[in-house]
Design a protein around this ligand. Structure first.
Ligand code: CDP
Length: 231
């Protein structure tokens, strides 16, 4: 048995990737950070002069999409994203990428390409993927869908600490501005806006430790496995 599909969606910096990694490790499933894919396409656009003074040249980006090759590789137990064979896992979290990624993610052709790749990566089953449209668009039939939320203060502080821990200097006010701007663009765009799938369960992890949230998800996964006779 190759395992179930677990879709994790939610607003920016609510801990989706941390949770998805924990769950994937626990079950020996594949973890895919779909946000890293949108970030890597944004880095490609920046590297190719397709975003200037915050203006995105969408038609040129669409023309060049065939030149974007993405893949993930496990290194020391962590999944890292490669853009055209270069490890860009750290680069996509800083600089101009966070300021432009939500604009890039509104483009229908970008989404179609990435959704197709996401579905291919999951074809063998046993997958945990986090993002904005995983339960609604990418895997509408996922056996378990989780919509993660946390208070704004918690999200801002978590993201700021995460960046500082990586040695990336960040201004907390700027982190807050970026998260709120992305949340607004992500939830109001026409293509696959961020929303909770009707059959998703809500996890508010504002007051939870990492261990608490893992236990919370494990008990939901176990229910699904029992109901499908997979345990
Ligand atoms: O880590 P954080 O929650 O801040 O963001 P992320 O998951 O790395 O996603 C970065 C951006 O990519 C989001 O703000 C969305 O604009 C876009 N995204 C998307 O549109 N659809 C997804 N499935 C994942 C990310």
């Amino acid at each position: 048995m190759s395992g179930i599909t677990i879709a994790i969606d939610g607003f920016s910096a609510c801990g989706k990737s941390t949770l998805a990694k924990q769950v994937a490790k626990h079950y020996g499933y594949i973890f895919i950070d779909s946000g890293a894919m949108y970030r890597a396409v944004t880095l490609f656009a920046l590297q190719n002069g397709l975003i200037e003074n915050g203006e995105l040249n969408s038609s040129h980006l669409i023309d060049k999409l065939n030149n974007v090759k993405l893949r993930f590789e496990e290194k020391e137990g962590y999944s890292r994203i490669f853009l055209n064979e270069v490890d860009v896992e750290d680069e996509i979290r800083q600089g101009e990428v966070p300021n432009n990624v939500s604009k890039v993610a509104t483009i229908k052709e970008v989404r179609e390409k990435l959704v197709e790749e996401q579905r291919n990566m999951a074809s063998s089953g046993g997958i945990v993927m986090d993002g904005r449209d995983i339960g609604t668009v990418v895997f509408p039939d996922a056996e378990l869908k989780i919509f993660v939320t946390a208070s704004k203060e918690v999200r801002v502080t978590r993201r700021w600490k995460e960046l500082m821990d990586k040695g990336i200097q960040a201004d907390i006010k700027e982190v807050e501005r970026n998260l709120l701007e992305r949340d607004l663009i992500d939830s109001t765009r026409l293509e696959s806006p961020l929303r909770k799938a009707e059959d998703a369960v809500v996890l508010d992890n504002s007051e939870m430790t990492r261990q608490d949230q893992l236990q919370w998800v494990i008990s939901r996964v176990e229910d699904v496995l029992v109901s499908k006779n997979l345990s």
